[in-house]
Design a protein around this ligand. Sequence first.
Ligand SMILES: *Cc1c(COP(=O)(O)O)cnc(C)c1O
Length: 340
Amino acid sequence: MIRHDFRSDTVTKPDAAMRAAMAAAEVGDDVFGDDPSVNALEQRMAEMLGKDAALFVPTGTQSNLLALMSHCGRGDEFIAGQNAHCYKYEAGGAAVLGSIQPQPIAHQPDGTMALADIEAAIKAGDNHFATTRVIALENTFGGRVLPMHYMQSVAALARKHDLGLHLDGARAFNACVALGVAIKDFAAPFDTVSICLSKGLGAPVGSVLVGRAALIETARRHRKMLGGGMRQAGLLAAAGLYALDHHVDRLADDHRRAHVLAEGLARHEALQVSSPQTNIVWVDMDTQIGAQLSSHLADHGIGVTGRYGQQRWVTHLDIDDADVAIALDVVGKFFAGREH
Ligand SMILES: *Cc1c(COP(=O)(O)O)cnc(C)c1O
């Protein structure tokens, strides 16, 4: 059984106070627009991000799909990173359900896509090509933060070519806390932004798509089509509102703990630890050692994700200083016999 769960920030469970907020939520039928808690969450997110409107949806995957389907029609194209969630980790939904063709772009070592690579991939004005409609960025990307000036440069490029710009901001608040910028400034370059409430913010369910009015209106129609129109969803929106009140500033604690964890792991020569910028620590190692370490961790109730040569450790609301200390102790004991 996993007792110290570093697999993902999605594993957080609502605590008593969040559950109390959910139980007390005023609700109505959200498909009729009648749910006051959903309406409050959507309005609040739109205001926070400085956008016209917002839409509460079940998952980040659906939120990204709705964004792409709002920017693109059948046979259009979106540009995204080769390892972007909306390209690689959403079961091809944009192609399958939206008839939208992806144009993946290689990543630079810092996680960005080179502007020249993006520009070279933009297609228009020729019957041979799908029509490029939107560029999708992701921030944070594998826990790394793309800087503001990069996002602004991509926005300028999108404007120059009359393209939309979407942000998969599943962990946008982690990026804002790391950069020390307001979410409104962070969101400013984008037409649409998707944010997960169910990751570091600690809500059990839900994402919000925020953006320009016409795009969100189209997304609302597509949400119904895809089966994402929920009824008394205020129970879930209330958890999101609670998370916005109580769980944003504390993301800094997760980042601090990721640092402590990374420093502790890096003391072992066999582990190559990349310095975390937010709440995700990547650790590379020899595959054989990795296999043994992973099973040693599992035996001691510590959950991590990754294949044997690479592990991903994520800090979150349900990981405290003691969990980090215990994990480092367990790793230390694993190496104690092997290092001289
Ligand atoms: C988790 C995640 C999503 C999708 O969220 P789900 O709610 O799991 O569908 C999208 N993009 C990124 C970058 C994510 O980390």
